[in-house]
Design a binder for this molecule. Structure first.
Ligand SMILES: [Zn+2]
Length: 151
């Protein structure tokens, strides 16, 4: 599949040192549209869609955002913590708006699975079905994320 000019521009913005120091693609050698297609196929096999995942991530981030506790216990079995840092990041696809540098750590106490995401991850999953490239600091495996969020 030949990349569109939009995908090429996004790929350039995802390189290390453009928007973030380490970039979004890690050591992944696949093209952006292949990364997205592979993760979309995996999600479909798992019976979930990106919007559903993003909404659930958003919920955990929002719930733990202003907490003064180290970790917020949610629904009796999830532990969530959100740390907000200085600065904002743009979407590499050029969407308007900036995303707060907030990192949420979620642990599903039932199965012991922990995942970490940023506010930008939520947008990238919701709007672009993009979970970042393999080896990227904030890559989230869709299967791990589904288990953490829904089991
Ligand atoms: Zn976007």
């Amino acid at each position: 599949m030949k990349p569109t000019s939009k995908e090429l521009t996004a790929t350039q913005r995802m390189q290390p040192g453009v928007i973030t120091l380490s970039g979004f693609l890690g050591s992944d050698t696949r093209a952006l549209n292949e990364i997205i297609a592979d993760d979309a196929a995996m999600l479909e096999r798992l019976g979930h869609d990106p919007e559903e995942l993003a909404d659930r991530m958003e919920y955990f981030t929002r719930t733990s955002w202003s907490s003064y506790l180290d970790e917020e216990l949610i629904e009796g079995k999830y532990k969530a913590q959100t740390d907000v840092y200085r600065g904002k990041l743009p979407c590499p696809y050029g969407h308007a708006g900036l995303y707060r540098k907030a990192i949420t750590r979620l642990t599903n106490m039932q199965n012991g699975i922990s995942v970490v995401w940023t506010s930008l991850n939520i947008h990238l999953i919701k709007a672009h079905c993009f979970f970042e490239g393999r080896g990227s600091a904030f890559r989230i495996e869709p299967e791990t994320l589904v288990k953490a969020l829904f089991e």
